[in-house]
Ligand binder design. Structure first.
Ligand code: ATP
Length: 248
């Protein structure tokens, strides 16, 4: 089957504060319907890559100084984040960022704010989110600030789903979560990918879990892609095993 490329990052450089070169020519392709993982250690440039795509660098005094980012062939790197959401691309930021004073359900509904397809469709999608995350249904009336880290990650992903995205950029879903919860979150990502057809680009330090769930992986080191390939091949690669999977 031919796989259409949705998102393409072509040789981008990113500089912070006009001086700090953080991405030194990063290229990657995200095929429609896939789960693509962006891997690498702390500070490798994963978050910067996602923020470059969704135009969230400006508030951090960062800018793309070279290269191109396209979505369905259209240049998106100067597009306001809200316009990118309308194109179907939404980012779930690292650290989850719930509205702490709103309930779980109110948080989920904020994800639907750009939609114009009416209350019934939104209610149906809320039901869809609760089916993927039964825990959120139980907690729907709880104030988000008082839910656990795992529940907040679920809220963040669920809120993104409420915008009916074509593509989700997911930053470090495993961060700060116990292994069993990480497993659970990735299972849900896989299920959403398979059943809703949502495309994922996920940044993840946990190479082990990411390569079990992703179809394709890119490994970043110091702002450069040093290796890429189908996840199954990366899992068997001796260097990946030694440096990223902790086995040799
Ligand atoms: P992490 O898992 O820590 O998020 P990462 O791979 O996502 O790691 P980035 O957050 O993209 O890495 O950071 C890449 C590099 O850019 C790091 O050296 C970091 O110190 C630097 N950096 C990030 N944000 C800024 C900023 N606002 N100003 C200056 N340097 C920054």
């Amino acid at each position: 089957a031919t796989q259409e490329t949705l998102l393409e990052v072509n040789n981008i450089e990113v500089i912070y504060n006009s001086v700090i070169l953080v991405l030194k020519g990063v290229s990657l392709k995200v095929p429609k319907g896939g789960i693509t993982a962006l891997l690498g250690g702390n500070g490798a440039g994963k978050t910067t890559t996602l923020k470059a795509i969704s135009n969230l660098l400006r508030s951090e005094r960062g800018e793309v100084t070279k290269g191109a980012i396209t979505y369905r062939g259209e240049r998106v790197q100067d597009m306001a984040p809200a316009d990118l959401v309308k194109k179907g691309v939404i980012q779930v930021m690292e650290g989850r960022h719930c509205f702490e004073h709103l309930t779980v359900e109110e948080n989920l509904l904020t994800g639907a704010y750009t939609r114009t397809d009416g209350k019934a469709a939104i209610a149906a999608d809320l039901e869809m989110v609760y089916n993927y995350f039964p825990r959120l249904r139980e907690r729907r009336k709880s104030q988000a600030g008082y839910t656990s880290g795992g529940e907040q990650q679920m809220v963040a992903i669920g809120r993104a789903l409420m915008s009916r995205p074509e593509t989700i950029l997911l930053d470090e879903p495993s961060m700060g979560l116990a292994p069993q919860l990480v497993e659970q979150i990735f299972e849900i990502v896989k299920s959403v990918n398979e059943h809703e057809g949502v495309t994922f680009l996920l940044a993840e330090q946990n190479t082990n879990v990411a390569l079990r769930f992703a179809h394709y992986g890119y490994i970043l080191e110091s702002g450069r892609v040093v290796m890429d390939g189908p996840a199954a091949e990366l899992r068997e690669n001796p260097d990946v095993k030694e440096f990223y999977l902790g086995v040799s």
